[in-house]
Design a protein around this ligand. Structure first.
Ligand code: G3H
Ligand code: 13P
Ligand code: ZN
Length: 332
């Protein structure tokens, strides 16, 4: 058993309380590789932001749980080395699919876990979430739960259609489970293809797709039912069109990739939404930089040559999100 406290990590409790009160959101960036982790920490330190580094079950398998634990510990030490005396870093399990997965993460140094029972019935979701909360709280680990279904792929969990969270269910769910935060469905979606052409309008000047707005009325209704309770938004990549264009220009094929406009996320971050999940934008930033590098330097084959610009591009994106979208800069 390794406690996250030994690794220098923190749970989400104080972080979320301050974010809800302060009208900003904590960045939750997914990572699988050392370069992503370095870029996340560099961005968080430079902007003086708390940060959540999150890994899906698939990412954990890819990176190896033992290596991840040391990467998280390394992230804390790296932040200090970069000049941040008191970094606020969370290691979070994204979309945990069972009690066993959550327990394994808690036992190996995670400071926060998500149990995603959103695809189960309301009663089964409550039962599973409560089981995880009971174990996690014994170890001072915080738990994110989910009500409502997002369209798109959620690691092992996938759904073709989204179902908005029902505000009338949230009080009973939060009370019966004791969860620390709640992921809701208000129109965001996972991946780089969040909406079909039919769901969007077309900008007459650029020809780009304009996605439908988020359901802020549902978010407001949830906030009224659970005042001050930490709300989480998944599927919140904006799918920056300059990165998509770079990828397509240099041999990629991402037609009609479209995300959530940053203006909508900024509005959400000022509300009870205190954690915003971003994964796809990091993948796009990395891929765009690597494709461009190879197109311009076809003779390169040292990974450092193409991973350095990839890391730099991700860092630039993380800093942009922290300052311009989430507002978590200068909050340490
Ligand atoms: O919500 C899903 C995250 O983007 C993680 O994706 O399961 O491919 O690692 P992944
Ligand atoms: P994106 O695919 O929009 O980056 O969402 C990531 C996410 O919600 C991780 O849980
Ligand atoms: Zn998600």
């Amino acid at each position: 058993m390794v406690s996250y406290k030994e690794l220098g990590l923190v749970n989400t409790k104080d972080m979320f309380a301050k974010a809800v009160k302060g009208g900003y959101a904590i960045p939750a960036f997914n990572f699988n590789t050392m370069e992503q982790m370095q870029a996340i920490i560099q961005a968080a330190v430079e902007t003086k932001s708390p940060v959540i580094m999150q890994v899906s079950k698939g990412a954990r398998k890819y990176a190896n749980p033992t290596i991840l634990r040391y990467m998280a510990q390394g992230a804390v030490e790296y932040a200090k080395e970069l000049g941040c005396a008191n970094p606020q870093i969370v290691l979070h399990l994204d979309h945990g699919d069972s009690f066993e997965t959550c327990k394994s993460c808690i036992d190996s140094g995670f400071s926060s876990v998500m149990i995603d029972g959103s695809h189960f019935s309301f009663e089964e979701n409550i039962k599973l979430t409560k089981e995880v909360v009971d174990y996690a709280h014994q170890h001072d680990v915080t738990v994110e739960a989910e009500l409502g279904v997002l369209a798109g792929v959620e690691d092992e969990v996938s759904a073709a259609e989204s179902h908005y969270t029902k505000p009338e269910e949230v009080i009973e769910f939060a009370t019966k489970t004791g969860c620390d935060s709640l992921a809701i469905s208000i129109g965001t979606s996972h991946g780089a293809y969040k909406f079909t052409r039919e769901q969007c309008t077309v900008d007459p000047e650029t020809g780009k797709l304009v996605p439908p707005p988020l359901a802020f009325d549902i978010l407001e209704a949830i906030e009224q039912k659970l005042p001050g309770f930490p709300i989480v938004l998944h599927g919140s990549s904006s799918v920056p069109q300059d990165e998509v264009d770079t990828i397509n220009q240099y041999g990629g094929k991402l037609p009609d990739a479209v995300g959530i406009p940053e203006s909508q996320l900024r509005k959400a971050a000022k509300s009870a939404v205190c954690k915003i999940n971003i994964d796809s934008d990091s993948r796009l930033a990395m891929t765009a930089a690597i494709r461009k590098h190879f197109a311009e330097n076809p003779g390169d084959f040292d990974p450092r040559q193409y991973l350095s610009p990839a890391r730099e591009n991700m860092k630039k994106m993380y800093i942009h999100k922290i300052i311009e979208v989430l507002g978590s800069n200068d909050k340490l």
